[in-house]
Design a protein around this ligand. Structure first.
Ligand code: GLU
Length: 492
């Protein structure tokens, strides 16, 4: 087989939809597995949808997710550039190329000029709708000769160019995920290939580019499946080999509808903002619409590259399940070192006003232990400030269970022993903290649950929480003494 070349071809609409990222991931996995190339092409022929800065944003999101672009549009030193022999890779820079092939199709009789006005087309569509028919062009301009058309154009008439589909012909292609698909041209419309503004439509541009850029496999969303027969016909009309198609099922919400921005978070940036790690998001997305042979769920990028199999792509849409995403992400959260966790959650911590980088520099050990203490219970980075609450929130005992512990039989002895021992200590080192409860046990004569539960309740106002010796170290002598005094005031 020729070297595999695949592409991700987004429109620069301002953000990268997670469904788009999933498409990009599958293309990337396939390219890497086959030792091929992963291209980025920008499809910006619909000028009404153009958004400033959108290309930068797209590439940043792809790079954040760990997808490196081999060819096409990429960023170097913060600037958008293009690399490769098949450029330009931004469609609005390729207008003369599309025109050349549109002209070729006109000459060979596979396309025709259409002069129908918007008004006529609107009326036609309305009439068809009323009759319950599928709206489509009625072919009025098909019979206008090329000569006559050119004369009308010379006189200044507005036109578009349409594909001239043959009547009653089966178009067949193979989709690697769905098998053989056949559609009759009688079911299809004479697609506009070039608009009156001289811009190609998506259908014309995608075929020309996919061919000229040497793409071997077209991996894209299933919303393009109905258009594929037109594309296949265009390849045939231009005398080109048809690439292999692989259409992906949608990424759906709980109601099995397309995940849309109106219902909440859909952009990669949204998910990044919530503190999902790229490894977690990519791992999860890979499983929406594809499944491995066994039940493995945690996959590094390298493992995905190895396991990915286009034959195992689902035919029906995958529901986006935030709980599962959280679960997968929590796995990667646990893999971070304490320093990484601290570094990555600093924006959330500073926003919540807990502590600053300068604080960390003064006592790195303290903050490293803090991260180790909270790490296991985290799904996302944005949860870090809340997880640090035991240290930063005002101390209060409101929980029923905690009040019960503070009022338990053993509590006075435990609290007294704690106070006495702490008063005689200097600052508490991590080592001291590890030994403290043993000392309290000795002094108070209380052990087990009767020792630990009231101690925890008195120090944190909670009966559950992270490792007690870490909490002791993190709170420090003065704060604990303050809390113990206040804890007593909750005694009935
Ligand atoms: N520009 C199209 C999109 O935004 C790409 C379709 C394709 O991959 O052929 O979805």
């Amino acid at each position: 087989m020729d070297n595999v070349r695949v592409r991700f071809a987004p429109s620069p609409t301002g953000y990268l939809h997670i469904g788009g990222l999933r498409t990009a991931v599958y293309n990337y996995l396939y390219a890497k597995q086959k030792g091929g190339k992963f291209l980025l092409r920008i499809e910006d022929t619909d000028r009404t949808r153009f958004v400033e800065g959108a290309i930068e944003n797209l590439i940043r999101s792809l790079n954040w997710a760990g997808l490196e672009i081999d060819e096409g549009v990429m960023m170097k030193d913060g600037k958008v550039t293009e690399e490769g022999d098949c450029g330009p890779y931004i469609q609005s820079k390729r207008l003369d190329i599309y025109k050349k092939y549109v002209d070729q199709l006109l000459e060979s009789g596979h396309a025709y000029y259409c002069f129908c006005t918007k008004e006529r087309l609107d009326n036609l569509r309305e009439g068809q709708k009323i009759k319950g028919q599928v709206p489509r062009y009625d072919g009025l301009c098909r019979s206008i000769s090329l000569e006559e058309a050119k004369e009308r154009i010379a006189k200044g008439e507005e036109y578009v160019v349409r594909l001239k589909l043959p009547h009653d012909e089966d178009i067949t292609f193979e989709d690697e995920a769905r098998g053989k698909i056949t559609i009759n041209t009688n079911e299809m419309d004479d697609q506009v290939l070039m608009k009156s503004d001289g811009f190609p439509t998506y259908h014309m541009a995608v075929v020309v580019d996919d061919h000229l850029m040497g793409l071997t496999h077209i991996i894209r969303g299933e919303e393009w499946l109905p258009s594929t027969p037109k594309h296949v016909y265009l390849y045939q009309a231009l005398g080109w080999d048809v690439p292999t198609y692989i259409h992906l099922p949608g990424v759906l919400n709980k109601d099995h509808k397309k995940l849309s921005k109106r219902q909440g978070d859909v952009s990669v940036e949204d998910f990044k903002g919530h503190g999902y790690l790229p490894e977690g998001l990519v791992n999860y997305l890979a499983l929406v619409g594809w499944s491995p042979e066994d039940n493995q769920e945690i996959f590094s990028m390298d493992e995905l590259i190895e396991a990915f199999d286009t034959k195992r792509i689902a035919r029906t849409g995958g529901v986006f399940d935030v709980k599962k995403l959280d679960w997968i992400n929590s796995h990667y959260m646990k893999e971070l070192s304490a320093d990484e966790l601290l570094d990555m959650s600093m924006p959330y911590i500073e926003k919540a006003g807990l502590f600053t980088k300068a604080d960390v520099e003064k006592d790195p050990e303290h903050y490293r232990v803090l991260m180790e203490t909270i790490q296991d219970g985290l799904d996302r980075l944005e949860q870090v400030p809340e997880a640090c609450g035991f240290l930063y929130d005002d101390y209060e005992v409101t929980e029923e269970d905690a009040l019960e512990q503070i009022n338990s039989e053993s509590a006075p002895a435990v609290i007294d022993a704690l106070q006495e021992i702490l008063k005689d200590m200097d600052a508490i080192s991590l080592e001291d903290a590890g030994k403290l409860m043993k000392q309290v046990q000795k002094k108070s004569g209380v052990k087990g649950k009767n020792l630990y539960m009231p101690a925890r309740a008195a120090m944190t106002g909670n009966v559950h929480g992270p490792e007690l010796s870490n909490i002791i170290y993190l709170l420090g002598k003065d704060e604990i003494l303050k809390r113990l005094e206040k804890a007593k005031s909750y005694r009935k």
